[in-house]
Design a binder for this molecule. Sequence first.
Ligand SMILES: O=C(O)CCC(=O)C(=O)O
Length: 324
Amino acid sequence: MFNLSFLNSSTSQIVSDLKIKGYFIFDQALTEQCVEELLKEVDFDNILVNINDVGTVIAYNQRFLTHCLANSKKSFDIITSQKVLDICKEYFNDRYKLTNHRIYQTSKVGNMPWHTDNNLQIGKKLASKHNMPGLLFLFYLSDVTKNAFQLVKDSHLWSPQFDHEIYLTESFIDSKYKKDILTFSMKKGSLILCDIHAVHRAEPFQDKTYTRRTLLFQIDQVGNEYIGHGEKNIVNTEYLDNLNPEIMEYLGFGFKRNYPAFPSTSVATMTPEEILSLQKQLLPQILNAFTKKVVTTLIPSTMVLNIKRMLWQFKTHRKTPKNN
Ligand SMILES: O=C(O)CCC(=O)C(=O)O
């Protein structure tokens, strides 16, 4: 899953970088095979429309698999890996929990403002900023040449002054901190790890042919005063082959979660092109549903039931070997 060079890298050095610089990066921390296998588990092409499962949703130019702990064993393994937990154990000085996680794909255009991730929410709305320590893990799942993660150097030290702001404007950052902007164009599998109080964004871009894929998760040192902080973690129990008290605490077993899954989506967050393409996919299904409705209206339900029984008997009779 992880390249040996990342596994063997010093956890203390990673934590020291995070404490001093506010960030740590590692080129190709995940193996190519791991990224490939992970992406096979994510179906970005089919979105959820009355489908009784967890899956992909659309928010404008991004597609999200938010509940990846329920749908991707590879992301479950990365998020609950010993290396991630070791970093957290050394970084935090109190109990910490997974606050949110997602896999997403950004295509064609991106316009994310400068922000920090120390958010407290009421429902889906940002209520205020908090001062809990927290870490943001971001793994690139494609080679990133555009729309790279950007971070303002040393901003974890001064960002609390702006805790009354939801975003920082481009003109403010450009006028005061342009020389401090770090842009992480890196290869598939690379890790960017930063303090959630650091000012960051995905660099704005516009390119019809470009797509970036990412696995992101955030871990906060959630104390007792912040009961309910975080999105719910929907986990596929099949993946829990490493369950222990540490992971149960980290995943928030028995811990209240008040925030809805990010992002909040509906048909209204799809682009007009996607709504049109969905209509095309729905057309044969609409015809099918109408035909069924007409048939069930015209034929009495007892007759339908009898036909189903006869078909079943015919099928099983044909399959049963003759006993002579
Ligand atoms: O995708 C990125 O580069 C940044 C994501 C981010 O900042 C966020 O979701 O808060």
